[in-house]
Design a binder for this molecule. Sequence first.
Ligand code: ADP
Ligand code: MG
Length: 476
Amino acid sequence: MTTVHTDHAQAWPSVQAILRNKIGDDHYDSWFGLAHVESVTNSSGPNKDQYTVCLSVPTQFLKSWIVKHHMEALLSSWQARAPIAAVELTVRTPAAYVPTSVAERPQEERMEQRAHTTLTYTAPGSDDLLGSSPVDPKHTFSTFVVGRANALAHAAVKQVAEGKRGDAVMYNPLYVHAGVGLGKTHLLQAAAFIGNSHERRVLYMTAEKFVFEFAQALKRQSSMAFKEILRKIDVLIIDDLQFLQGRSAQAEFGHILNALIDSGRQVVVAADRPPGDLDLLDDRTRSRLVGGLVVEMGSLGQETRLNILKLKVAQARVYHPGLDIPEAVLEYMAGALTGSGRELEGAVKRLAALGAVDAQPISLEMAEREVRDLIRPQEPKRVKIEDIQRVVARHYNVSRADLLSARRTANVVRPRQIAMYLAKVLTLRSLPEIGRRFGGRDHTTVLHAFRKIEALVARDRELAEEIEMFERQLQE
Ligand code: ADP
Ligand code: MG
């Protein structure tokens, strides 16, 4: 006989937070965003303290990916909160087939599940080879707050999404980039939903899923089938392109991108950096991406944040009808949580849970206490290699062109090495990519420059201070 241990199940929200921290927001959202605790049981066997958690996810794909890549992180996150011996994963059956078990679930879950059953889209005729990544039904255009930072991206994505089958393609590909939590996935999923309701065959996939599906197809020797399926769709939406890893999958992505664009089908891509900084891709694919419309979304302003908070509160009221967060508290939160939409949503969820327990309006003190650990130091600014080159060149009184040139005079060589060093330290670019951005130099040249400056900094106080000054200036 087994028993459900609700007190262990209640650890889930804090386990989620630990896990998110461990594997990062993007991985967390991609793989665990739709996971639910089904049960926590202990067997009546010899060891009664051996609890097993059962988590469910909506697709077999999510399950196998988590089992393969994130099991250890998942288990250790649980163990940090509760004495759990094992975690099992199951695939949730679509609501329609098991009405009784679904009816027993809380309303929130029921609604979510129903929505997923209808929204998760599979390209027609694709059998089970190519499914869409799961789409959050809350991510629609009507729940997307438009502000100064995202107005252009919003307009472009919406316009593309509202196109009908056979319409002329406007911006192709449409490439949206922004830092974490600024609404890329929200926008793309809204587009996937609208697109499907316009009778176009839309496939929404994270780049990780693309890679996974491609690898599966190769394993089954059916990469031709993979290409055929992708060629059958009208709109391909790829999220988090920066995670496109592996040479053959990258090459394949390039082929498919070309095939789709050449035949007038729409491609929409989101990534955390501009196309020029995607060092994974070959030049041809990169220039194809640059050739469409590239839009950056900036950080959310105070007013946009306040509006997002209000919207998230309205959404939370569906499940917490009594939720009452006074305007002054919302304003405080909009001022304090400057990082991303994710923090805003997290804060509202916490306060909603708190309000549900205490059945009282949320005070400023409560809000302060709850959001304190959400307030992280500002995400480090994304430093651009061009900015590094400009700042360094200006300081040493040479031109940026000198830094990129083949000149080897001492007055150019040292600043060039310093700029390369800073590019390595302040950006996530690879050595070959940095070399490319410094007039097509080899990665060994970059590595040499990096080591050289690193060694100099260790013993040259003046240079160390100069480098520190550059770093401050660039990250400001
Ligand atoms: P990204 O994919 O850029 O990392 P997401 O789209 O996942 O960011 O957004 C993170 C959270 O913030 C989501 O809950 C999303 O709904 C919310 N969010 C971000 N921007 C907006 C916005 N402009 N309006 C409403 N919600 C937003
Ligand atoms: Mg995202």
